[in-house]
Design a protein around this ligand. Structure first.
Ligand SMILES: Cc1ncc(COP(=O)(O)O)c(C=O)c1O
Length: 436
């Protein structure tokens, strides 16, 4: 059977057949647009059109490819636009979400001996940003209903060494920012939001990222706002903004007393140009996701054994980077989750089992025997750290979670109905599927 012709395979085959895409000469006053060869399916990601192409060509021809080249900067323009859209006073754009986190932790001078509290239900980059600074990540267990960090477990995990609370707005849904802000204030610990999955998400009507001291965002290829790679830090705190700016651009710092550390984590002008173009369709896409997620939840809640992730009470908007739900195999005649996901794929509904257990992973366990950590913290502390990592709620959650990616929510209402009927049809055949 011939493979379906995606944009990528089309471009590959067009090049192979000697077809050239007309790139206009650089002398043209307005760059001629190179149009995509085929309409894209809603499931394709990322989406682009003449706006992104014109923006890229304009940067190419300007000869100003980096923010240090002088003159007007697309990066600066993006920082202003993103800060304004997210109601933040300051934005520092970075080369990725990871480097946004590294910049923020660097600006806060997080280092050896410091403990940082984070959730186990997250991408490993949250953990890595802490260990890259030789600080100690401390896991606070997950709230099963929302899949977000449980503030009661955060409270219990605080010690005199805790320097930072680093909750993650997983799936683009804000963690309980009321409880976390109260904890941060009463215990005098900085709150930094890992909002890498959460652009446009809101807590009590306020965009995330500045409820704590700041928030870190990712514009990696799968994200709702993307430039392939990229990131940003938002904050309302001028001093922190200057510290972040200085940290991310060696030699560029003028205004603040730096910690004596830093790195080049700058976003390029190309990435900023794409982000500005992507922002022109971001709100419309988010509105579609909002409506489809609400409808999908309404449909899925009626299916026994399927429980969509709850939104914390203060969530007024989720970014819906992921659509997550609990799958109860007992209500599907014992059909294991892997077989449920395989059956969904056969119905044309791609799904994933989501994150594996991070706190018990080989990557995390390796830290306990890392010689630098053993020297810095002591062998006993690192052995006890393994016990502190116990997160029983999360252990159960990783076995029961199912995810849909954000592009699914860009479909039609009928697409949502198709997802629900695929699940219902699997439930009706579950016994038979479990035996096969
Ligand atoms: C929760 C979370 N934190 C951090 C990151 C790191 O972002 P990046 O991949 O842009 O470095 C990601 C990206 O997937 C993420 O989902």
């Amino acid at each position: 059977m011939p493979r379906p012709l995606t944009r990528r395979t089309f471009l590959g085959s067009a090049a192979g057949a000697g077809l050239a895409l007309a790139i206009p000469p650089s002398s043209a006053a307005e760059p001629t647009v190179v149009r995509p060869p085929a309409a894209k399916a809603a499931s394709d990601w990322p989406l682009s059109d003449h706006r992104d192409e014109a923006a890229l060509l304009a940067v190419l021809r300007s000869g100003k490819w980096g923010r240090t080249s002088g003159g007007a900067s697309r990066v600066k323009e993006f920082e202003t636009a993103f800060a304004s859209r997210m109601q933040a006073r300051h934005c520092v754009a970075t080369s990725s979400g990871t480097t946004a986190l590294l910049t923020a932790l660097g600006a806060l001078n997080i280092g050896p001996g410091d403990e940082v509290i984070m959730p186990p239900y997250t991408f490993v980059a949250t953990f890595n940003a802490i260990t890259a600074n030789f600080a100690l990540p401390v896991f606070a267990d997950t709230d099963a209903a929302s899949f977000q960090i449980d503030p009661a477990k955060v409270s219990a995990a605080i010690t005199p060494a805790t320097k930072l609370l680093l909750p993650v707005h997983i799936a683009g849904s804000p963690a309980d920012l009321d409880a976390l802000s109260t904890l941060a204030k009463t215990r005098r610990i900085t709150l930094l939001e890992d909002a890498c999955q959460a652009p446009l998400a809101e807590w009590r009507g306020r965009p995330v990222g500045t409820v704590g001291l700041g928030g870190c965002f990712s514009f990696q290829a799968s994200k709702n706002l993307t430039s392939g790679e990229g990131g940003a830090i938002l904050t309302n705190d001028e001093t922190f903004a200057h510290l972040c700016y200085d940290f991310h651009t060696p030699g560029g710092g003028k205004k603040s007393a730096s910690s004596g550390r830093g790195a080049n984590y700058r976003l390029t002008e190309f990435q900023a140009a794409v982000l500005l173009a992507q922002m022109t369709r971001l709100e419309a896409q988010a509105t579609t996701r909002d409506a489809n997620a609400a409808y999908l939840s309404e449909l899925l809640q009626k299916i026994p054994g399927i429980t969509p992730a709850a939104l914390a009470p203060g969530v007024t908007r989720s970014a819906w980077h992921l659509y997550m739900f609990h799958y109860e195999s007992a209500k599907f005649a014992g059909l294991p989750r892997a077989k449920f996901i395989a059956a969904l794929a056969k119905e044309g509904v791609a799904a994933s089992s989501g994150y594996a257990s991070l706190n018990t992973s080989a990557h995390v366990k390796a830290l306990a025997s890392n010689p630098h950590y053993q020297r810095l913290y002591g062998k006993d502390t690192m052995a006890r750290w393994m016990d502190r990592n116990h997160c029983p709620v999360n252990d159960r959650l990783v076995e029961a979670a199912v995810w849909f990616g954000q592009t699914k929510l860009l479909g039609s209402r009928t697409d949502m109905e198709k997802i629900a009927s695929a699940i219902t049809s699997i439930q009706l055949r579950a016994g038979e599927l479990a035996r096969s």
